[in-house]
Ligand binder design. Structure first.
Ligand SMILES: [Zn+2]
Length: 233
């Protein structure tokens, strides 16, 4: 009773606001208001998961079976703030909820069929300590909430590296290749590994993870799930 009263008082003093537009949320809305949900720049990639813009971007690095992302990421779009909050503002639970909602939307298309391992893009220990969590792990948990038998696994590790943001595409890939390594060999290998990230930009990070997994588990099928992806320029 006291808890409910406290929550009610807090919601008056600090109302929940839409993480995209900042408007106060009404009953039934969570994280994102209905209008921002409707206006979201959906990629629709799950309608053709084996042939789309994102799939094409990653396919030249490793054999990718299916690839999808919820929405198109643009740096100055208000939707970019969603990713920013999930990544830097201590709100991994938001990433988990958005991932869970999207995963439940696409589960019926068969996107997760056969997936038995979910691999979040790893962060180096140093980065996990400074940020407090790995946002991709939160996204992976959201998928695991929905995707039946698939379990979140940590097959990959990450070395600390300098920030990717100021490098060109070739440097990014070279840097990412040096960053990721298989930290755990399991036998039998997973049949189908879903690599999960919050946002995919050039695809260098994802490609390096896929390359490392493919080298260690050549028989495993690889697929990709992200909350957002930039459009190919
Ligand atoms: Zn909104």
């Amino acid at each position: 009773m006291l808890r409910r009263l406290t929550d009610a008082l807090l919601s008056v003093v600090y109302p929940d606001v839409c993480l995209v537009c900042g408007r106060v949320l009404v009953a039934g809305e969570r994280d994102i208001c209905v209008r921002c949900l409707l206006d979201m720049p959906h990629t629709g990639f799950h309608h053709s998961p084996e042939w789309n813009n994102l799939h094409e971007r990653l396919m030249c690095h490793a054999p990718i079976h299916r690839a999808t992302a919820l929405f198109h990421y643009e740096k100055h779009s208000p939707y970019a703030s969603l990713i920013h909050r999930v990544k830097y503002s201590g709100l991994p639970s938001v990433g988990r909820r958005i991932a869970r909602d999207y995963a439940s939307q696409i589960a019926q298309t068969g996107f997760f069929d056969g997936v038995d391992a979910i691999q979040p893009v790893p962060l180096s220990l140093r980065r996990i300590i400074s940020r407090g969590y790995n946002q991709s792990h939160a996204v992976a948990m959201g998928v695991a909430d929905v995707a039946g038998a698939a379990a979140v696994m940590d097959l990959l590790g990450a070395r600390h590296h300098s920030s990717q943001t100021r490098k060109n595409a070739a440097d990014r890939l070279a840097n990412a290749r040096h960053t990721f390594f298989v930290s755990r060999k399991i036998s039998p290998a997973p049949a189908h590994i879903l690599i999960v990230d919050d946002v995919i930009t050039t695809g260098a990070t994802l490609a390096a993870c896929a390359e490392a997994l493919h080298a260690a588990f050549p028989e495993s099928i690889l697929s990709v799930f992200a909350l957002a992806a930039t459009r190919l320029s």
